[in-house]
Design a protein around this ligand. Structure first.
Ligand code: SF4
Length: 330
């Protein structure tokens, strides 16, 4: 069986068949054919479903939960091209940061990956949305905008709400599909229904809830801001109820830091260094795997020990999900 190595066969706006029973759906998530065998999919895999590629470490925000710990020069377009060539076989690439839209040549970076049929998604604080929206429209599967809800909450824990929303409007006006991503503190739990309402108003494909990781700025967070697994389950259940009551359409997903999610992300730094992330007992939660300036991701994949967690998370088996179009999805 082949996995996720096929060329996407449909437009980015509709389902994309990645092989092995895995699809990327219009709701901005992967789905797995219910008859497919996940263990077999992992055993037969030759590369990741999804990677995070940091096209810059720079950012114009200083979020209270930011996990960035060091600054590095931006990779050149030539270096990014080499990384792209070594990432062949990956289904989706998050062109990430830092804040990726700070790169003036971000449109060229998107072209570089979209032209080679990668599914491109962009995590962003949206503040530079106006500068890039029209240039990248039609090439990006979704823009994943960080927002913790109403003005006071977003401005307190992330950065200027009005700057974010101005950028969000520019992205929306250009027709870019949106998802929202919110970091959950104990002090932001009461804002979550408003965040969901905003996601619904924006016709977002999904609202992703993530608990903070103990790295970077989050090391300075008050201990009481870290909720327990039980509180997370309760908050998710409450949002599920509200979703039904208010007929909100965005899918909902929540990632907590259990052993089943350890190391599930593959993060490529501006130097090409590839890391499993987060590895709970590793320095800076990064476990080094190799470098995509020097070797293909298919070689690096062989020494990645969190393959099962990677597939389980991205296929919705190890996180809370609701409202997706398939029974098994994320
Ligand atoms: S979390 Fe993202 S938007 Fe916030 S400071 Fe870090 S890189 Fe910037």
């Amino acid at each position: 069986m082949t996995t996720m190595l096929g060329t996407p066969q449909m437009s980015r706006r509709s389902a994309v068949d990645l092989g092995g029973g895995v699809s990327f759906a219009a709701g901005h998530h992967f789905t797995l054919d219910p008859t497919a065998d996940l263990d077999q999919l992992v055993a037969d895999s030759t590369g990741p479903l999804s990677v995070i590629l940091q096209v810059t470490k720079r950012c114009n925000f200083d979020c209270s939960f930011c996990s960035e710990t060091l600054q590095l020069p931006d990779p050149t377009l030539g270096q990014l091209e080499r990384m792209r060539d070594h990432l062949k076989g990956v289904g989706r690439v998050f062109l990430s940061g830092g804040e990726p839209l700070l790169r003036e040549d971000f449109g060229d970076v998107v072209d570089m990956f979209a032209d080679e049929k990668f599914i491109v998604a962009v995590p962003t604080n949206a503040t530079k949305g106006l500068a890039h929206a029209r240039r990248i429209a039609g090439k990006v599967a979704f823009m994943n905008v960080g927002l913790e809800g109403p003005r006071a909450t977003t401005t307190r824990v992330r950065g200027d709400y009005d700057q974010v929303m101005a950028g969000v409007r520019a992205l929306k006006d250009a027709g870019l599909p949106l998802s929202l991503s919110a970091v959950v503190y104990r002090s932001t739990l009461t804002a979550l229904p408003f965040t969901y309402q905003i996601a619904d108003l924006l016709e977002a494909g999904k609202l992703k809830l993530i608990l903070p990781l103990r790295k970077g700025n989050a090391l300075d967070l008050d201990e009481k801001e870290f909720i327990t697994e039980e509180e997370a389950a309760e908050a998710f259940g409450r949002l599920q109820e509200l979703r039904a009551v208010h007929d909100w359409t965005p899918a909902l997903r929540m990632t907590t830091w259990t052993p089943h999610n350890e190391g599930h992300m593959i993060c490529v730094e501006p130097t090409g260094a590839v890391n499993a992330w987060p590895v709970y007992d590793a320095k800076d939660l990064f476990e080094p795997l190799g470098n995509v300036l020097k070797e293909p991701i298919t070689e690096i994949w062989k020494r990645y020990r969190f393959k099962a967690n990677h597939f389980a998370k991205y296929l919705g088996r190890s996180i809370r999900t609701t409202g997706h179009t398939e029974a098994v999805s994320a």
